[in-house]
Design a protein around this ligand. Structure first.
Ligand SMILES: [Mg+2]
Length: 180
């Protein structure tokens, strides 16, 4: 049986960007980055005038993710820039990337702009989707449109992924294999 997919967001998951000043969880270091999605948020500035984006990352996360019984996929507005900027810092190889059909355009049904694309990408394959912006409309959409098992796993953007989360994700994938 093939492994389930682990669909990974960056901001709020690997990067606890909302941690209060001085309260960054242990093990994280700040990096200054210039992803295209960040530059695009400053259309009124020349690209050279856009300040670097501070990004907090935990160098252990790559190995911890690779240890999980999943196939990893980027599911972030960083799109392919996560392979350029994030993967090398935390020790991940280049991963497949989901590209968004309408980034930041929120559908009228209240779902996140990623949700329909996530379900389309998974194409029925079991997946865990790790993101800090999941809501009831997304759970409902996945339940109605995705025929296989799915875990919508919400993270706190103040802390990002922690040990408990890795354990929960491993447990969910483990339960899948025993069910089949
Ligand atoms: Mg996020």
């Amino acid at each position: 049986m093939s492994k389930p997919l682990l669909l990974l967001d960056v901001d709020g998951v690997l990067n606890p960007f909302a941690a209060p000043p001085g309260r960054m969880p242990q093990g994280f270091r700040q990096h200054l980055m210039r992803p295209r999605a960040w530059i695009a948020q400053h259309p009124h500035l020349l690209e050279t005038d856009v300040e670097d984006l501070p990004v907090w990352l935990n160098a252990d996360h790559g190995a911890e993710l690779l240890d999980l019984p999943y196939d990893l996929v980027w599911a972030t507005t960083w799109e392919d820039d996560s392979n350029r900027f994030i993967g090398p810092v935390i020790g991940l190889p280049a991963l497949p990337v989901i590209t968004w059909s309408a980034p930041h355009a929120y559908p009228p049904d209240g779902t996140y702009f990623k949700t329909a694309d996530i379900v389309r990408y998974a194409a029925g394959r079991p997946f865990a989707w790790v993101d800090d912006q999941l809501g009831p409309a997304d759970r409902d959409y996945v339940a109605r449109h995705h025929p296989g098992p799915a875990l919508l796993y919400d993270t706190d953007p103040e802390t990002g992924l922690g040990l408990d989360d890795f354990e929960a994700l491993a447990r969910w994938a483990g339960n899948l294999t025993t069910q089949v």
